[in-house]
Ligand binder design. Structure first.
Ligand code: NDP
Length: 280
């Protein structure tokens, strides 16, 4: 489902399968150090127009996300905050407790999206049951999963009364998971692309540099724009003010269809994070 990009802007939201709206660009916070670094980066991100923040219990910066959100003065309902249950907390009652800790860390009374961080073989089913309860109790406006392959999703969809709103996975120009995208799309699950910048590992690719030069943009901007036009919600991370703004400045151009076709050939299954396909 390639998205024609011209109509996108930083405030563009798309509807999840339960009608909740999610901004197409989110601010990633993995490896954003708790304390001043995270607070400054988040403050800069809000200033640059991001309204969607992606954190996780694992990242250790939920407290800063909550604090920066309050300091921003932006009404809570204009923000979209995601957090995730970490592997060591998976299981029914331990997930409920982990969720309470996340809310307490953020000093918030709900999250917009709560995700299972990884499809842990022995625990993911009970963990999902806990998410269903939290959703029922209206403590999360939406629930979803992360690092689920088609196999994991298929298993979940067989029994779950509701379809996860998103599947957050590694997805980039160099890891164009078209089968997963198509599967999710046909089941009304939005793909969120993490590590869309390949953590900078592919910035030197000559073909990417040529496209960047053609559009007068940086490789990072091309990678983010590509992920948006590929139909994903995308989550670039930066701790640097100039790069935070650069990564938000991806709405004044559109990658032409002919270049999207060329770029479809860049896929090489390249990963910077773990491959979840080995998880039974
Ligand atoms: P990204 O692909 O977003 O890359 C981040 C890296 O790129 C950082 O080292 C950053 O450095 C650098 N960078 C950012 N912008 C630029 C730029 N414009 N020019 C040059 N370098 C740049 O990787 P992440 O792995 O962080 O993924 C993004 C987000 O996705 C995470 O932060 C997290 O929220 C989520 N995620 C989720 C996972 C999951 O299992 N669900 C796994 C991994 C990520 P600097 O900070 O110095 O700018």
């Amino acid at each position: 489902m390639l998205r024609k990009g011209i109509e996108l802007d930083i405030n563009t939201k798309i509807e999840l399968n339960n009608g909740v709206e999610i901004p197409v660009l989110g601010f990633g916070t993995y490896l954003l150090n708790p304390g001043d670094e995270a607070l400054a980066a988040l403050d800069c991100a809000f200033g640059a127009g991001y309204r969607h923040i992606d954190t996780a219990a694992l990242y250790g910066n939920e407290a800063e996300v909550g604090e920066a959100a309050r300091n921003s003065g932006i009404p809570r309902q204009e923000l979209f905050i995601t957090t995730k249950v970490w592997n060591s907390d998976q299981g029914y009652s331990s997930t409920l407790k982990a969720f309470d800790r996340s809310l307490a860390n953020m000093k918030m009374d709900y999250v917009d999206l709560y995700l299972i961080h990884w499809p842990l073989p022995a625990r993911r089913k009970e963990t999902w049951e806990a998410l269903l309860r939290l959703y029922d109790e209206k403590l999360c406006r939406s629930i979803g999963v992360s690092n689920y392959t088609i196999k994991h999703l298929h298993e979940l969809l067989k029994t779950s009364p509701i379809v996860p709103a998103v599947n957050q996975v590694e997805f980039s120009l160099y890891l164009f998971q078209k089968d997963l995208l198509d599967y999710c799309s046909s089941n009304e699950i939005i793909i969120e692309s993490y590590s869309p910048l390949t953590r900078g590992k592919k910035f030197g690719d000559r073909r990417l540099l040529e496209i960047a030069e053609k559009y007068g943009k940086t490789p990072a901007q091309i990678l983010i724009r590509w992920a948006l036009q590929a139909g994903t919600v995308t989550l670039p991370k930066s701790s640097n003010p100039k790069r935070i703004r650069e990564n938000a400045d991806v709405f004044s151009f559109n990658i032409l269809d002919e270049d999207m076709d060329i770029m479809a050939q860049f896929n090489e299954g390249y990963r910077v994070a773990w491959d979840p396909s080995s998880l039974d």
